[in-house]
Design a protein around this ligand. Structure first.
Ligand code: 6PG
Length: 231
């Protein structure tokens, strides 16, 4: 079945400002659509950082927003590759929102993943399938079609019960902590943000109807409302 991506933007002169303004409008809508807390999960990597650095200057009801991580590298928080550490520097440290690191000091990565899973069960409302449900999840995509830390040919791709797992990624020679498909697929809204260089072919293949080994394909085929913010 061939369909096309729901493009929110492409080829903008200044992608980061456009993306930040799109997220601002999206979050405003979420805040006005419900009372209480709005729960958002952020992916790591480089793309989100300049966008969040702009978004933090917007006038939002930050105290009603809670930010979670989509995935994390198995490193300490002060490591240069820590997603939570990097997003804290440009975003969390400047806003009045709750934010929750996946890696917990003094806990193993497995213990951190379990604790995160228990926290999601406790803090998030449940979907009709009984799965912790985010109001919005921001995804990225790697040039191997991975999303979150669901990499091609890794164990976490097949996880259908756990919400958060440690995923061994042999192609990186590293472990990651990641949300699993059941949680990603239950989000009320899903936006992929990426810079397209080197990834156009993947996007076209994802919407070609062909079966591919890209972990993003499961999201594309199950969520026709998936929104793409492409620079
Ligand atoms: C990570 C991310 C990952 C990211 C993609 C794209 O921890 O690396 O969560 O899934 O979204 O790798 O990364 P860039 O935004 O750096 O291209």
């Amino acid at each position: 079945m061939k369909n096309s991506p729901n493009l929110l933007q492409d080829d903008s002169l200044d992608f980061n400002h456009f993306a930040a303004s799109t997220l601002y409008q999206k979050i405003q809508k979420l805040l006005s659509a419900k009372s209480g807390r709005v729960n958002i999960a952020l992916s790591g990597g480089n793309t989100p950082l300049p966008i969040l650095n702009i978004l933090k200057t917007e006038n939002l009801e930050w105290s009603r927003l809670s930010f979670y991580m989509v995935d994390e590298r198995c490193v300490l928080l002060d490591d240069v590759s820590s997603n939570y550490g990097n997003i804290s520097k440009v975003f969390f440290d400047a806003i009045e929102s709750d934010s929750y690191s996946m890696v917990l000091e003094g806990k193993s990565y497995e213990e951190s993943a379990l604790a995160y899973e228990n926290m999601l069960e406790e803090k998030l409302p449940k979907s009709s399938s009984g799965i912790p449900q985010f109001d919005l999840i921001l995804l990225g995509m790697g040039d191997d079609g991975h999303t979150a830390s669901l990499f091609p040919n890794t164990k976490a791709l097949g996880e259908i019960y756990r919400r958060v797992v440690v995923n061994e990624v042999p192609q990186l020679g590293a472990e990651r902590i990641t949300l699993t498909y059941p949680v990603l697929l239950e989000a009320k809204e899903l936006i992929v943000m990426l810079k397209k260089q080197g990834k156009e072919d993947i996007i076209n293949e994802l919407y070609s109807g062909k079966s591919t080994n890209y972990p993003m394909l499961k999201i594309v085929t199950n969520r026709h409302d998936l929104q793409w913010l492409i620079g």
